[in-house]
Design a protein around this ligand. Structure first.
Ligand SMILES: [Zn+2]
Length: 259
């Protein structure tokens, strides 16, 4: 971890201890009501700030394309996977559409040929952490976070020769310590504003119904690789995009921040 990131992370870590210190101090002073208020406020801030994907309390991110863009951006998380990624690439080729694949570092090292193929077909690659710790990403300490994000950068760099510029956190969770880590690695966080919950459901009809309602000019669409319905959902989404008179935009440049 570079020194500037280490300093910023240390400050954030000390700040993160303040609520617990406040609760203990209030209890020692015999003020259980105050302790309860501090605890409740902290719990609420962490709950909303970490778990709500489009919340910006813990740092900036992009969740839609800039004003004036008529098309939509397709993002595909959780690959690569030899069972599904090749089919997704063929479907995208058939529709002449480009996507941004948020890849998991560990899976990429297991299937480097798929990572190279994604890039060869003209798609962009983003960082989706090294091990995808979905349930505990929000609670990782700075040094654990560094291992996840920098580890994925290094994995993808070793395969492609260059490192990604976009980062997407597992399940869209935020982390209080994330901003200095992303800054040190030159990464910008991208969330989404259109999804059909295809990572947790296999009901293609319902998934596409929800995606269809969220499609609009400037939308960033979240889809998932490595599910039993990945290909069907991608095909259906591309059809919905066509039916709504929208186009698939190439993945945006990271300098288009904070949209
Ligand atoms: Zn994911």
């Amino acid at each position: 971890m570079p020194p500037s990131c280490r300093r910023a992370s240390a400050v954030a870590f000390v700040l993160s201890l303040l609520p617990a210190t406040g609760v203990i101090a209030a209890l020692i002073l015999g003020r259980p009501g105050m302790a309860a208020v501090i605890f409740g406020t902290t719990f609420t801030v962490i709950g909303i700030g970490a778990v709500v994907p489009r919340c910006r309390w813990f740092g900036p991110h992009v969740s839609r394309l800039p004003e004036g863009v008529r098309g939509v951006c397709l993002t595909i998380d959780d690959g690569p996977d030899p069972r599904t990624t090749p089919a997704l690439l063929d479907i995208l080729d058939a529709h002449q559409a480009k996507a941004l694949f948020f890849l998991i570092g560990g899976k990429s090292l297991s299937h480097p040929e798929l990572v190279r193929e994604i890039e060869r077909r003209g798609h962009a690659v983003g960082n989706h952490s090294q091990t995808h710790p979905a349930a505990r990403f929000w609670s990782l300490r700075p040094w654990q976070l560094w291992r996840e994000v920098a580890g994925c950068q290094e994995s993808l760099r070793s395969i492609l020769g260059g490192a990604p510029l976009w980062f997407r956190p597992p399940v869209g969770h935020h982390n209080f310590f994330l901003t200095p880590v992303l800054r040190a690695l030159g990464l910008t966080m991208m969330i989404w504003n259109c999804r059909g919950f295809d990572g947790v459901s296999s009901d293609t009809r319902r998934i596409l119904e929800v995606i269809g309602r969220g499609l609009a000019p400037g939308a960033i669409v979240l889809l998932h690789d490595a599910t039993p319905v990945s290909a069907e959902v991608l095909r259906g989404t591309l059809e919905l995009i066509r039916c709504q008179g929208l186009a698939v935009e190439p993945p945006p440049a990271p300098e288009l921040k904070e949209a």
